[in-house]
Design a protein around this ligand. Sequence first.
Ligand code: ADP
Length: 266
Amino acid sequence: AMLEIRNVQKTFRTDAKPGLHAGIFHRPGARKAAQELQVLRGVDLTVEKGDVVAILGPSGSGKTTLLRCLNFLETADAGQLILDGESFDLAHANRADIARLRKKTAFVFQNYNLFRNKTALQNVTEGLIVARRMPREQADAVGMKMLAKVGLADRADSYPRQLSGGQQQRVAIARALASDPEIIYFDEPTSALDPELTGEVLSVMRQLAEEGMTMLVVTHEMGFARNVSSKTVFMENGVVVEQAPSRQFFADPKEERTREFLRKIA
Ligand code: ADP
């Protein structure tokens, strides 16, 4: 397998506000009851090269948190990731590990995360120039090629505010592609978009899928899961309930919870 994910666990802890009498009754541990929310309860996944994996599940089931843990945007409490034979401890990463992993991965956010004060081209080339120390002319050439790939060569000099949401997300995808990643993580890439703009983003993603790009996609787009992804994963309450080749997943789900979910969204 190209990517193996083992036993990812994550609990969010929020300290409750100390009560009115906190200073008076000094019982350490008693007055500062921490709220704990176990969001990931041991997630395992295997991704082959060229797989497009759609991750489905009800809101709050831990999908986004899983994706963020996989790229060290959150620190997991436990978990191991093996990418191309290189192993990473998701609970104990140092700067070098994070840099080493992110050299091979890219992340596309729900809200694009573009620099407002940079043009489309500058957004795409920034990482190449700053993090990878690529000469500007070379970075510009890569950037233009990637903007062309997402159908935005003619908008290279536009600023994000001059672009539609769908165009901004396509710039974000061009930026992800520019770093030549082994795998791209997409976190609900179309859920901030008006319905008429989701199509252009999904069609770029479909094109990448056809070209063999490995992708892990948290999504609510059933059409994408059913028709584009090679594998579908259903998560609920921090665990993977069912995973199967997408055709099989939709035609013949094995778990009752999966069937119920599919009935509800159908
Ligand atoms: P999904 O993507 O499946 O909707 P999330 O991973 O976004 O689920 O969230 C899972 C749960 O974790 C939710 O209950 C959410 O409120 C909670 N959560 C997410 N991020 C944080 C955080 N930074 N601090 C505390 N709770 C969080």
